[in-house]
Design a binder for this molecule. Structure first.
Ligand code: FAD
Length: 409
């Protein structure tokens, strides 16, 4: 029998999920003097990690995070694109434009930052549903073994990631499941001919329908090898890629494959609404993810900071109505809404390209020395803005091609 007890804790803010978005929201709310609890279903923050941790250096710098050394795994200054038939385009920057971070330690670092501001973290705390009173979100129901307990609050921040169970349960609009890819990734030992500062991207429907495959190196010859696919058997797809891809198999086939993880990647752009009475939705739960690359860290952190600040302001003003919390959506849409809209259209366009068209695109880009154009614009988070800058240039064909290729970075 499930027992239920109400704990009369009246919290300011409850955050569901101690991922990067949840911890960063909590940090920013607590920094502004409000009391915050994070509910995390797992026993340890950051574990299990499903993420490659490939982020733009500029994107990370914007948050002024001084990361411990053990978070940074690698620095990347170049990328090679392989077309389905093996045409290649190599883009090299004169300095590292991206980092590979250890996602587990990154989330733990953000959590420590939040805890230092007084945030309380409850582990083993699976949030089963939201509590509503007079249409206002008033807290969460936590399920632990055969017991449920209720925690009340004035604002709930839903940062539960791509599963979106709370929104679905509450009958609220959530992700566009038509544009969700199945992500899978493994750690691979001692890859031959690996270049330590180069990310490799493999295009082509045979191996990665609706997305792409990647090899992201560590500094010691090991690498994260993964792919996204619209097929339902991502594990088989990765095995197929490792054993049969004409280029990748020569280097991966007999290597030790470890730590296989799966996780969906939301590519449909942000959900239609991210605020309600007493409720904000942030990170993957709000699909604040780049539809081109599936990168959600920088976008999620950008929105999480805003969510934390707006939640704190709601507490100080004693107003957590939807009308007040709508500021969150206005602010994040102003910051990333245009980029997301452009990237979503590019994703739809890319998904329509046949393997032959991808071959032509990569071959033509190499002939036109597109890598030189790419070198001049290194902002890989704000691709919509980059496009606007580039279309002022008369070489519009180059620009269009740039953007198609840049969308994979
Ligand atoms: C294979 C793969 C590779 C990726 N690589 C990159 C990359 O290189 N760069 C990049 O920028 N992005 C990448 N992403 C995307 C990135 O991982 C996500 O965008 C990011 O993790 C979103 O962070 P989040 O905090 O919103 O959600 P999550 O990281 O998913 O965190 C959600 C947290 O909520 C907890 N939780 C869930 N439900 C509940 C509940 N009901 N109660 C309590 N706790 C709950 C979970 O345990 C988890 O800790 C990748 C994704 C995949 C699948």
């Amino acid at each position: 029998m499930v027992r239920s007890k109400v704990i009369s804790v009246d919290n300011d803010v409850i955050v569901v999920g101690a991922g990067s978005a949840g911890c960063f929201s909590a940090f920013h709310a607590a920094k502004l003097g409000v009391q915050v609890i994070i509910c995390e279903e797992h026993s340890e923050v950051g574990v299990p990690s499903h993420c490659t941790g490939h982020v733009s250096r500029d994107g990370l710098k914007r948050f002024n995070l001084s990361l411990p050394e053990n978070v940074l795994e690698n620095e990347i200054d170049s990328v090679i694109f392989y077309s389905p038939s093996g045409y290649t385009l190599k883009v090299r920057f004169s300095y590292p434009v991206t980092y590979v971070i250890n996602r587990e330690r990154f989330d733990q670092h953000l959590c420590n930052m939040a805890q230092k501001k007084g945030v309380e973290v409850l582990n083993h705390a699976h949030v089963d549903s939201l509590i509503f009173k007079d249409q206002m979100t008033r807290g969460v129901v936590i399920k632990e073994k055969n017991e449920t307990r209720k925690l009340t609050s004035r604002v709930v921040i839903d940062a539960e990631g791509v599963s979106s169970t709370l929104l679905k349960r509450a009958g609220l609009p959530s992700l566009n499941y038509q544009l969700v890819a199945n992500g899978v990734q493994a750690e691979v030992d001692k890859i031959d001919n690996i270049q330590n500062s180069t990310v490799e991207v493999f295009l082509g429907r045979d191996f990665t329908s609706g997305f792409f495959a990647w090899i992201v190196p560590h500094q010691d010859g090991k690498a994260k090898v993964g792919l996204g696919t619209t097929q339902n058997n991502p594990k088989d797809c990765l095995r197929n890629f490792i054993r049969h891809h004409p280029i990748a198999r020569r280097r991966l086939k007999f290597r030790d494959v470890k730590s296989l993880v799966y996780h969906p990647i939301s590519l449909g752009g942000p959900i239609s609404r991210t605020f309600y009475d007493g409720l904000l939705i942030v990170g993957d739960a709000a699909s604040q993810v780049k539809p081109t690359t599936g990168g959600g860290l920088i976008m999620g952190l950008t929105c999480a900071k805003i969510a934390g600040e707006v939640a704190a302001s709601a507490i100080h003003r004693e107003n957590s109505t939807a009308a007040f919390l709508s500021e969150y959506e206005q602010l994040w849409r102003r910051r990333i809404g245009f980029e997301m809209m452009v990237m979503k259209h590019i994703r739809i366009m890319l998904n329509r390209l046949s393997d032959k068209q991808l071959d032509r695109l990569v071959a033509l880009s190499t002939r036109l020395e597109l890598s030189k154009t790419l070198n001049s614009v290194a902002d890989i988070d704000f691709q919509g803005t980059s496009l606007v800058q580039l279309i002022k240039n008369p070489k519009f064909l180059l620009t269009t091609l740039y953007f198609l290729i840049a969308s994979f970075l």
